[in-house]
Design a protein around this ligand. Structure first.
Ligand code: PEP
Length: 249
């Protein structure tokens, strides 16, 4: 466990202008000596990116989007945002491959195009992978993770701009987390898959799925993990701060 862990807040489709004010407490924490190396990233809905960028200006906190279109430039795609638009307002990150978007049609092939377009625009990527409960029960987890990683990275040169977020779908928003020994093994397998594919020395792997102030003491024990992707608990600054403090203590 190091003190430069990632704490990535995925606000999903939640948050109005008022809710942004609560971030001030997290900004204060990020300026203290003990926590200044923590890599805090907010991924709010598109509508709040600009406001959060302003409030976090001159701090170490970064901002990202929750998705992007695969197109590399403008086009007739109603309701969509491409990487260049995200980059142009000052966001530095984008989540790609979240299971909530996979169920809406994001295939490994589409995710591959999205990653290519985001890399081209020099955005950093939080790339989500994870098996469903059905796949887990059928003992297909490793097969699924391999196809998600190999499919998404196809024809992409190795680089250090992708953070791999292991998010078992059955853990997202359910309050259920994997058994620690299983999670530990799974992270090692994911690391090997990435290293086999890319010969990358030290891929960054984070865990996501029902992380909260109660289970963080257990989760932080997972070796070779670089941080957490946090949904529900990140919208409440007190909980988010609790998670950061309990991880880096
Ligand atoms: C997520 O959606 O990325 C996530 C981790 O959600 P939660 O923490 O609410 O399970």
């Amino acid at each position: 466990m190091t003190n430069n862990m990632f704490f990535i807040a995925n606000w999903k489709m939640f948050g109005d202008l008022k809710s942004v004010n609560s971030i001030k407490k997290v900004i204060n924490l990020s300026k203290t000596k003990k926590y200044k190396k923590a890599q805090i990233i907010y991924c709010p809905p598109y509508t709040l990116i600009d406001k959060i960028l302003r409030i976090t200006k001159n701090t170490k906190i970064k901002v990202g989007a929750q998705n992007c279109h695969y197109s590399q430039s403008d086009g007739p795609y109603t309701g969509s945002i491409h990487s260049d638009l995200i980059k142009s307002i000052g966001a530095k990150y984008v989540i790609i491959g979240h299971s909530e978007n996979r169920v809406l049609g994001d295939t490994n092939q589409i995710i591959n195009l999205k990653i290519k377009s985001a890399l081209k625009k020099k955005l950093k990527i939080i790339f989500c992978i994870g098996e469903t409960l059905k796949e887990k029960r059928k003992k297909k987890t490793n097969l699924i993770l391999k196809s998600q990683i190999y499919g998404a990275l196809k024809n992409i040169k190795k680089n250090n701009n992708i953070i791999f977020a292991y998010e078992p779908v059955w853990s997202i928003g359910t309050g259920i987390i994997p058994k620690m020994e299983n999670l530990e093994k799974q992270v090692i397998i994911i690391k090997k898959l990435i290293i086999n594919f890319w010969k990358l020395k030290n891929p960054k792997i984070i865990y996501g799925g029902s992380v909260n102030p109660k289970n963080i003491a257990e989760l932080k024990k997972i070796r070779s993990i670089n941080g957490f992707l946090i949904g529900g608990a990140s919208r409440n600054s007190k909980n988010f701060i609790d998670i950061i403090k309990k991880t880096i203590n």
